[in-house]
Design a protein around this ligand. Structure first.
Ligand SMILES: [Zn+2]
Length: 276
């Protein structure tokens, strides 16, 4: 029996209240899903403290039906900037939808981290309560507990692909960063195209200070959430950006469309690869 679908508009309204946001309230639909769906497991990466409060990083693992071979491991990360709720809600929605139509995730094991910066999420700030932009701290001996816990995950699971969901309040359209092997571009382009059903693409030649081509930027900032520097083979890496000032529900739709597209496209690429 699948849980009643969470009401995304209601969750979105919850986020717009002036009081401190509740991590537990936003993740409740996924906790429920992990108890009612045989495909979804929920647990915590570990606890850490800010003052007198204890926090943990939640992880949900979605095991799709077998696809003939070892599962493809994807890491999907959202909410590393605490004031970007679209990706958080999109991941809630994406996993809930997969539980209804698990064949979309056939052959995949999806490791989802919906709120990577819980104190920033509560405070509605980009930074953690420590004042750190956690997405500039990876693989540089960071002392931030959130970064340490996520680095452990990136080490342990040797993902085939890493997807980060963000929103940009300086962009009027969708765009994304690619890193890793060339196929990252082959995945970002169709996923932007899929998301364009809901929001326009940013087609400027410069976005966020980077040279861009039809919303695609090669490279990006140092210290962003990424695979270990020694990772072999190097996973594909996509950072998907929605325009933060667009209606929240459209950003959620765009993210979900992009994620679904990536599942389909990467499966196709992998099925062709042994024959090339
Ligand atoms: Zn961001």
């Amino acid at each position: 029996m699948i849980a009643t679908p969470p009401d995304i508009p209601r969750l979105a309204t919850e986020l717009q209240r002036p009081q401190r946001r509740s991590v537990a309230a936003v993740l409740a639909p996924l906790r429920e899903l992990s108890q009612t769906s045989t495909y979804c497991l929920g647990n915590s990466l570990g606890d850490f403290r800010y003052g007198t409060n204890s926090y943990s990083l939640a992880r949900f693992i979605f095991n799709g039906p077998p696809g003939g071979g070892d599962p493809i491991r994807l890491g999907v990360f959202a909410g590393i900037h605490g004031d970007e709720p679209a990706g958080v809600l999109a991941l809630v929605r994406f996993l809930r939808d997969l539980a209804q139509t698990p064949e979309l995730a056939a052959g995949y094991r999806i490791f989802a981290y919906p709120i990577c910066n819980p104190t920033g999420f509560e405070d509605n700030t980009r930074q953690s309560r420590q004042g750190k932009d956690l997405n500039r701290e990876f693989w540089q001996a960071s002392e931030e507990p959130e970064v340490y816990l996520l680095e452990q995950e990136l080490w342990t699971h040797e993902f085939h692909g890493i997807i980060s969901l963000h929103s940009d309040d300086t962009s009027e359209g969708l765009y994304g960063f690619v890193n890793g092997p060339d196929l990252s571009k082959d995945l970002l382009e169709p996923s932007l195209w899929a998301a364009e059903r809901f929001l326009h693409r940013n087609t400027r030649l410069m976005i966020d200070g980077f040279r861009a081509r039809r919303g695609l930027i090669d490279g990006g900032y140092s210290g962003i959430l990424s695979p270990p520097p020694e990772a072999k083979p190097v996973p594909f890496q996509l950072t998907f950006e929605t325009p933060a000032h667009a209606p929240l529900h459209l950003q959620v739709e765009a993210d979900v469309a992009a994620l679904r597209c990536i599942l389909a496209e990467y499966r196709t690429i992998m099925s062709i690869a042994p024959n090339i």
